[in-house]
Design a binder for this molecule. Sequence first.
Ligand code: AMP
Ligand code: MG
Length: 392
Amino acid sequence: MISVKEAKDILSRNCEKGRISEFKLEQSLGKILAEDIHSPMDVPSFDNSAMDGYAMQFHEKYRHWKVSGLVQAGDTESIEVGPGEAVRIFTGAKMPKGADTVIQQELIDKQGNNSIYYNSGKITTGSNVRLKGSQCKKGEKILQKGARITPGIIGLLASVGVSKVAIFTPPLVGCVVTGNELKEVGEQLMDGEIYNSNGPMLEALLKKTGVGEITALRAQDDKNELQQTINKALAENDVLLLSGGISVGDYDFVKECLESAGVKELFYKIKQRPGKPFYAGKKEEKWVFALPGNPASVLSCFNQYVQPCLKTIMGEEQVWQPDLELTLSEETRKKPGFTFFMKGKKEDGKVTLLTGQQSFNLQAFSTADCLVELDEEMAVVPKGTMVKVYNL
Ligand code: AMP
Ligand code: MG
C-alpha cells in the first residue's frame, strides 16, 4: 500500500498534456489554449470616432465650422473634410480624410442649419478618436498558450477575426458502473437493491471538469459481461472510469478484467480513508481509474486523483496543490496510518468537518463544499490546525 503523496507522484510523473486539436470559437469556452495567438490584423482597423459629434481638423484658434457631410457607423466610403469644415459623425464611424479630432455633440452649439460653434476648451487635437491599431497591431501577441478561454477571451478573439483555436482536446471518457444491486433512478427497487448514485454523480463531476463526450455504461458482477464492457469502453475512449468491484470480495472482478484487457497497473491501494482500494493504470496512452463503490470514495478519489489527471490532459498546470489552507474549527480524532479526506464546509476563514462522514452516507454531500486532508501520521488533530482544503 502506498501513501497519498506517492500515489500523486506516480500519477503526475505519468500524466502529460493531451492531443491538440482545432475548435471553433463557439465551442472553446472553458478549454485551454494550446498555442499563443497573434492578431491577424490591426484593431481597430481604421481610425474611428469614440463619440457622437463632429469631426474636423482641430485648431485652438477656430471655433466655428461649416457642416459639410455626415458619416455613420458602417459607412465604407471615404469622405473628406476641408479646412473650416466639419462632418457630422457617430460612434464607431470611420474618420473622414483630413479630420484628426471629434468634438462630442454635448459641447457643440448649432448656429443655423449648417454651422456649428464650440467654446468649452476641453478638446485638444486627437480628442475622441480611436486610432488604428491602438488595441493591437497586426502580428502582436494577444494571448498566451495556457489561457483558459473565458467569454471575454471569446470576445477578444472575435474582435480580431479569429474563428478557430488550437485547444488541448478534452478526452472521451467511458464510465462503467458495476454492481448487481444497482437500479437506475426511476426503476422499482426490490428489497436488497439500491439506486445507482455513483453513475449520475460521476457524470456530473466529469461534466464539471469539462471533459469531452461521456459514455455511461453498466455491468453486472459477472466476469464475462464486465470483460466485454471494459474491452469495448477502453477501445472507444481515452479514459476509462469504473465504480465498484475493485475491492477484495468474491464478486470484485474489475482488477482481473483490466489485466486481461492489457491495462498496466500503476498502483492499487492507498493508505487513505475513504477509498483505500483505488486503482490506477494505463494502456498505452489511455488512462484507467477504478474507484471503490462507496459514494464517499468515489467523490474523494475523483477529486484527489482523477480530476487532476483529467485537467493535466486538458492542458491545465498546477493541478496537484490544495485549493487553500484553512484552520480547523474543532478538534478531531482519526486512525493514524491513513490520510483522511473528510467532507467539510468553509466558514469565516475556517473549515468545519461535517457530521455523517461514513463512506455510504451521502447526506453531508448536500452541504459539503470541500474535502479536508488530515495527515497520515496524526491521531488527534487539534482545533486551529492548518489543514489542506480541496474545493468540491
Ligand atoms: P463495491 O466497491 O462494489 O464493493 O461497493 C461498495 C459499496 O458501494 C457497496 O455498499 C455498494 O452497494 C455501493 N455501491 C457500489 N456501486 C454503487 C453505485 N453505483 N451507487 C451507489 N452505491 C454503490
Ligand atoms: Mg460491487
